[in-house]
Design a protein around this ligand. Structure first.
Ligand code: SAM
Length: 312
């Protein structure tokens, strides 16, 4: 067996964790051979020190890199002295590009797929290519690294036994409320990606739909200079963000489980909710209906129709 092949075989079969000491780890400089296949390569979400040695090696040895934005990726490649050609693979050319990449893979190419940051396929393109590759019997290799939601979750202080990652919340308030309603009685930590210019209105919806006391964490600019975690009740975190002129950067929003006994009962009917708002907030029926409709993420006329239906 030639020596480079031996290095490759030993590094592939040697676990990098467990009870082995560092003395038994494969030398990181060894240029293990890259087998043909599709490589999903995670890249840093802000801090270039989070690039793994393996990710850099795979990108160096790949025949081609398919990435969301070639100009953005080129900066990363330049930083690590990687000269592999990069082509675009994003949501707008995903279908045609996937077919082309699969043909190359079927002929033995080694293709790395990258997103702008983090792990490909997580709220980013990747799934289509992976499923096509699996259908064609092409080897798929995951090269782990950063993912924003895991980075946020582990430091959030919210329970980790059970969690759901739900990607981006809908940008429009109605649809967002409906999405939040789904987790009203959730017993897991719920994780979302959110844009900085929407975080305040989203937290207002959280307060309305899930209650002001629901535990919330806003994780902003993870791994970057201005990284911060805002932890508290929905009302507290919203209050803190309302004092700022501007909110910038990338955000992961985490919502804790519903408290024992809290929110466990089914939601009030529209009529009962309207009456409750009229009583508690001293509003007229029209305004109470408007508010109840907003809470449910439905239009006023829809709420009115529902109220009439329930009366019959
Ligand atoms: N594939 C990526 C991953 O593995 O996390 C996610 C890509 S998604 C298009 C981008 C969203 O991820 C951002 O809008 C933000 O919600 C979240 N995100 C990415 N980097 C982040 C960071 N450094 N801090 C906080 N959130 C981040």
């Amino acid at each position: 067996m030639d020596s480079s092949l031996r290095a490759a075989t030993s590094s592939l079969s040697t676990p990098l964790c467990g009870r082995r000491t560092s003395a038994t780890l494969p030398p990181m400089t060894a240029e293990a051979l890259l087998a043909p296949g599709l490589y999903l390569v995670a890249t840093p979400i802000g801090n270039l020190e989070d690039m793994t040695l393996r990710a850099a090696r795979v990108l160096k040895q790949a025949d081609l890199i398919a990435c969301e934005d070639t100009r953005h990726t080129q900066k990363l490649l330049n930083h690590f002295g990687i000269t592999t050609r990069a082509i675009s693979y994003h949501e707008h050319n995903e279908a045609s590009r996937a077919a082309e990449l699969i043909e190359r893979l079927a002929h033995g190419a080694r293709i790395a797929i990258l997103s702008d940051a983090g792990t490909p396929g997580i709220s980013d393109p990747g799934f289509r290519l992976v499923s096509l590759a699996i259908q064609r019997g092409i080897t798929v290799v995951s090269i782990p690294g950063s993912t924003a939601f895991v980075t946020a979750l582990v430091a959030s202080g919210l329970p980790l036994e059970l969690f759901s990652f739900r990607g981006f919340l809908p940008p429009k308030s109605g649809a967002r409320r409906r999405e939040l309603e789904k987790i009203r009685i959730s017993s897991s930590t719920e994780i979302f990606y959110e844009a900085p210019h929407r975080i305040r209105e989203t937290l207002e919806d959280v307060v309305e739909a899930l209650g002001p006391q629901r535990p919330v964490v806003v994780a902003r600019e993870l791994t970057k200079i201005h990284e911060e975690f805002l932890r508290g009740t929905a009302e507290q975190v919203l209050g803190s963000l309302k004092t700022r002129d501007d909110i910038k950067g990338e955000i992961v929003l985490l919502i804790g489980a519903a408290m024992e006994g809290e929110n466990q009962s089914p939601p009030l009917s529209i009529r009962n909710r309207v009456e409750q708002i009229m009583r508690e907030e001293k509003l007229g029926e029209k305004n109470a209906l408007k508010k109840a409709a907003k809470e449910r993420g439905i239009s006023k006329s829809e709420a009115y129709r529902e109220m009439q239906r329930k009366q019959r």
